[in-house]
Design a protein around this ligand. Structure first.
Ligand code: MV4
Length: 497
């Protein structure tokens, strides 16, 4: 096993990996940019190396700076976390070439799954169901028209080098295809310097359900169950849970998706922790979407329901150990639900809200885990993503997990910057959400319901106005207690207009 590992990341995931290293008695090295000098992950490491100024390109995205820090501290392995260089095949190669173990899959597997068209080919070869469509990029508009006609509208145009929805276009009819093809190609070119697009049959109202897999370097691979990630906004996950309400009601589906995920990962020669993403349609048919060759943000919900420590297993597998967990040993107990606490202002269209955190009082108590990268007095930099922490609640049932999550959100006090906590609470409190009838358009529909609630008829408006009047403070009392936060206040004011 390694005696010293460098964590090439920042924020909550760096803190999480550093905790794993300390739990295993492995010395740890953190890297930080100048603006992260006082960041929590720096405090949690045995050693810390400044790798450059704030811009990611000159720090967390700079392979040479990271390798140099590994050399200087005598680290034997590098954990990339997620984002930054975690899915960069060249960086994985550079680590190996420089004599460091890259904690993750080999560069070949990263490359095989990096191009969405290549990943589809791998899945198809493995017999994993893929959405009907093209395996290679479309040559031109004419081919797009031919293929779309043969698989039937509606179709989805996607960027071959894409991910996260960039360069994607829903095409409902032939008339729209030409323009959509040109727009998708140019957006793909701009975003990925690769304008290649391919085409798939559109899966209507899909759920985004992903399977966690773990494979060792001796050919042993298992699946650890699914995560429901359909509650997303602009392709950013907001709430994730394990198990999926849809799959929990269909035990055969978990096994079928798990085995399909393992087949695809084997075909890619996968090693270490990985996630295979699927679209699941309302009939329960599932289709390979893409594979993520890194530890995911939402890995804690799988850890809490299976009892397995994914970071520990990543390190043990990277050190060449056998994965001693057999598929029949994997059991799922209870429910885990995670929400991503972000420095953003829902009342300002989720604009990032960096700045000094006056107070960060984190929740605790039965069934609560907080993977946090913040503390009172720390200044959230503007240079990186807005994720502050992940709040995860577990329970015997989904209902208990939801109750605990709401209680914990209520305890979470972050002042000095805006956060999305109230927005998260409004989702978790939503009756539709409680029913578990989720799909990738859930938040879009939720926000629409909130903007134009069916009940916002005249009587309802009057009722709300009267209620506000009744709360009118007596002369002696102080100002009326405004709703818990700006987002709810604005929502109520909008309703009254
Ligand atoms: C799809 C789809 C429907 N049909 N492909 C979005 C980003 C990328 N991960 C793939 N995505 C989708 N691909 C077909 N053939 C719907 C989506 C999609 C989506 C998928 C997962 C999670 C959130 C999403 C939000 C919008 C669209």
């Amino acid at each position: 096993m390694f005696t010293k590992v460098l964590v090439a990341n920042r924020g909550e995931i760096a803190v999480r990996v550093l905790r794993g290293l300390r739990d295993m008695g492995i010395a740890s090295v953190a890297v930080y940019s100048e603006v992260d000098r006082r960041a929590l992950h720096v405090r949690r490491a045995d050693e810390a190396v400044c790798i450059g100024p704030a811009p990611s390109a000159e720090s967390y995205l700079n392979p040479e700076r990271i390798l140099d820090a590994a050399r200087r501290t005598g680290a034997q392995a590098i954990h990339p976390g997620y984002g930054f260089l975690s899915e960069n095949a060249e960086f994985a190669s550079a680590c190996e070439a420089a004599g460091f173990v890259f904690i993750g899959p080999g560069p070949a597997a990263i490359r095989a799954m990096g191009l969405k068209t290549e990943a589809r080919l791998v899945a198809k070869r493995a017999g994993t169901p893929t959405v009907p469509g093209t395996e290679s990029p479309l040559a031109d508009e004419a081919e797009a028209l031919r293929v779309a006609a043969s698989i039937g509208y509606p179709v989805m145009l996607k960027a071959a080098a894409g991910g996260g929805g960039k360069g994607m276009r829903r095409v409902m009819s032939q008339a729209e295809l030409g323009a959509a093809f040109r727009e998708a190609s140019s957006e793909a070119e701009r975003s990925f310097k690769n304008g290649a697009v391919y085409l798939e049959k559109l899966v209507e109202r899909p759920r985004h359900i992903e399977i966690q897999i773990l494979g060792d370097r001796h050919g042993h691979m298992i699946y650890l169950g699914e995560r429901e990630c359909s509650v997303q906004r602009r392709h950013q996950k907001v709430i994730e849970e394990c198990p999926s309400p849809f799959v929990a009601a269909r035990p055969a589906l978990r096994r079928a998706m798990g085995e399909a995920a393992v087949r695809a990962a084997r075909e890619a020669g996968y090693v270490n922790a990985g996630t295979v993403e699927f679209l699941v349609d309302p009939s329960g048919a599932f289709y390979f979407l893409e594979m993520n060759t890194r530890l995911q943000v939402e890995h804690p919900v799988t850890e809490l329901v299976t009892g397995l420590d994914l970071v520990e297993w990543q390190l043990r597998i990277a050190a060449g150990e056998w994965l001693t967990v057999r598929q029949e040993d994997v059991k799922w107990r209870g429910w885990a639900m995670e929400c991503r606490v972000c420095a953003e202002d829902p009342a300002m269209n989720f604009l990032p809200s960096p700045g000094r955190i006056e107070q960060a009082a984190e929740p605790n108590g039965p069934g609560i885990r907080v993977d946090s990268g913040i503390y009172s007095g720390w200044t959230v930099p503007m240079e990186y993503d807005s994720l502050l922490a992940k709040l995860i609640a577990t329970g015997e049932s989904r209902e208990q997990a939801i109750r605990r999550l709401r209680r914990a959100i209520g305890e979470y006090a972050v002042t000095g910057i805006e956060t999305n906590l109230a927005f998260l609470d409004s989702i978790v409190a939503d009756t539709e959400f409680a029913r578990g009838e989720l799909h990738t358009g859930f938040i879009e529909e939720f926000l629409r319901r909130r903007r134009e609630p069916a009940a916002a008829t005249e009587p309802a408006r009057l009722a709300v106005a009267l209620a506000a009047l009744e709360q009118k403070p007596k002369a002696s009392a102080g100002p009326p207690a405004a709703p818990a936060n700006r987002w709810l206040r604005e929502g109520r004011e909008r309703l009254l207009r």
